[in-house]
Design a protein around this ligand. Sequence first.
Ligand SMILES: *Cc1c(COP(=O)(O)O)cnc(C)c1O
Length: 384
Amino acid sequence: MPVTLVLIHPSVSEESTAVTHPFLDLPPLSAAHFAAIEDRVARLLDTRQDVVIMQGEALLPLEGAIRATAGPETVALNVITGPYGQTFGNWLRDCGATVIDLAVPFHTAVTAEQIREAFAAHPEIDFVSLVHAEAATGNTNPVAEIGEAVRAHGALFYLDAVASVGAEPVLPDAWGVDLCVIGAQKAMGGPAGVSAVSVSARAWARMAANPRAPRHSYLSLPDWKERWIDGGRKALLHAPAQLEMLALEACVARIEADGLEAVMARHRTAALATRAGAVALGGGLEPYVYAESDAAPVATTLRVPSGVVASELVAEALAGDGTLPLAAGGGALAGEMIRVNHYGANATADAVRSSLAALGTGLAKKGLPVDPEGARRTVESFWR
Ligand SMILES: *Cc1c(COP(=O)(O)O)cnc(C)c1O
């Protein structure tokens, strides 16, 4: 095929500027504006602790908080109720900590009693890592009760609240959480590229005393303490991720306008409707998390009947409508688990109804008895 090279010599007049674009040519985000966004996130968490916004996806503060606090003297109780707990245990071990893993089946939640038993068996535990809600497995843990047990024991309490914030209460001060990490990309309906961590005075002290805490590093929380917070939040450590910060501000403003209670209620309703709707649909579909009280409001996991491969059923549903908030379970769970990610903009009757309808179509094709009309009515009854 002949190639024609066209050389363009645009004639640019002196007054002409580039085409305006909503994402480009924005004025720089000031330190004061950055601090104001931090304060707004702190209000959302009802915390008086320092809130540090970090310039990366939530894995940045999740890893940064562990590396800053843990060392060879640390004895950590690492609660595993889903895939993230596994990751935290690996970081803790990498820091030289002694790690006691407490794994519970993914179809349930950990109890405060199990935490107390672990303390009784290992009184030397001085750090507890826990995931609040697990979007990947659909369970949620009773953090208020667990917090009481952790406080009574005196351990530092690290919580991954990325999947719970916006979907259910997250109250670091009331619960005695020392390091509470959030991201905006799930129930907050915001950006994925910035995240936040609230840090207690105890946690700052632990970091200050830890010679192995990262310093002069992108992972470093002590850097933010020393150069940002202790300096009165006057000078940022580096250029802020401006678009992501504006998106975070917009998403917090939207939650404030709707009311946090209303946003959480939307998620709770979507979760209850998905559970009940799946049972009404039939075809052998069942809630993956047995007890409703252990099921996370952020996302609902379903178990497929034997003979059905979850990832295939999801692929078929998405081939019909790529906008449905459906995913198969990760890794070994891909065969048996479906995730209905009814969070953020998908915490709606329509997203739940359409997701179950598409799964019903797929199950019917396999000859399984389903009641799509019953599922639709059940889902709608939750929004009446
Ligand atoms: C979603 C999520 C994160 C953030 O991880 P991504 O997979 O990058 O979105 C962290 N922790 C939990 C519990 C989550 O559900």
